[in-house]
Design a protein around this ligand. Structure first.
Ligand SMILES: Nc1ncnc2c1ncn2[C@@H]1O[C@H](COP(=O)(O)OP(=O)(O)OP(=O)(O)O)[C@@H](O)[C@H]1O
Ligand SMILES: [Mg+2]
Length: 203
């Protein structure tokens, strides 16, 4: 099954919004699409939560809004990489394509020895990076691209979200600067991914 792994430069940068837009855009093109959020933390916070928004399979959910490795330790359980991979595989059932949302960014520990990047590598999926359009995004995004490529991941796109209706000099410059490092696109506030080349992002 073809698919894409949605990561981000940080927590709260639009991974779920982007993943949802990808699912919708691929479905609009006639594909059957499954979604996975292998680990979710922060179930204690008000929802809706990522797996609910995406209709995603999960291997583990935890209440505290902390890194998965800590949430698992606090719950006294050990996250099994094989189970995380299994949640993504489950989402491929009866599907032509799968969209997998990571947790935080690429170097977030899922266990003390296994990162989000390791999961993306094991799934063999190319990566799309959700990033902020404004101040701070150059460092965060370029670091993410380095980390992705150092791990052998194929970065298909960076998506700046939410792209302002009236981008200023800085946002337009960020788009150009990041475009020199990876194919970079924008997603408007409340916008959809219909105009983005989403099928090309599937591995
Ligand atoms: N293009 C957009 N249009 C409207 N809202 C957006 C857009 N991009 C991001 N957002 C909003 O920004 C907030 C953070 O986005 P989101 O929840 O997708 O981030 P995340 O990276 O998945 O966070 P987490 O690390 O908690 O999984 C959400 O309220 C989301 O709806
Ligand atoms: Mg999310």
């Amino acid at each position: 099954v073809r698919g894409v792994f949605v990561t981000g430069t940080d927590t709260g940068v639009g991974k779920t919004y982007l993943a949802g837009a990808l699912v919708a855009a691929l479905r609009a093109r006639g594909l059957r699409v499954g979604a996975a959020k292998p680990v979710l933390t922060g179930l204690d916070e008000p929802g809706p939560h990522d797996h609910q928004l995406l209709g995603a399979t999960t291997a583990a959910t935890f209440g505290p809004p902390v890194s998965p490795h800590l949430a698992a330790e606090l719950a006294g359980v050990e996250l099994e990489p094989a189970a995380l991979v299994g949640a993504a595989r489950e989402a491929t059932r009866d599907a032509d394509a799968v969209v997998v949302e990571g947790v935080g960014g690429l170097l977030v520990p899922l266990t003390r020895e296994y990162s989000v990047r390791d999961l993306a590598v094991e799934l063999g999926l190319p990566v799309v990076v959700a990033a902020r359009p404004g101040l701070g995004t150059l460092n965060h995004t370029l670091l993410t691209l380095e980390a992705a490529r150092a791990g052998g991941l194929d970065v298909r796109a960076v998506v700046l979200t939410p792209w302002p209706a009236q981008p200023g000099t800085m946002e337009r410059s960020n788009l150009e600067t990041l475009g020199a490092a990876a194919p970079t696109f924008v997603l408007a506030q409340g916008g959809d991914a219909a105009a983005l080349p989403v099928e090309r992002w599937l591995g």
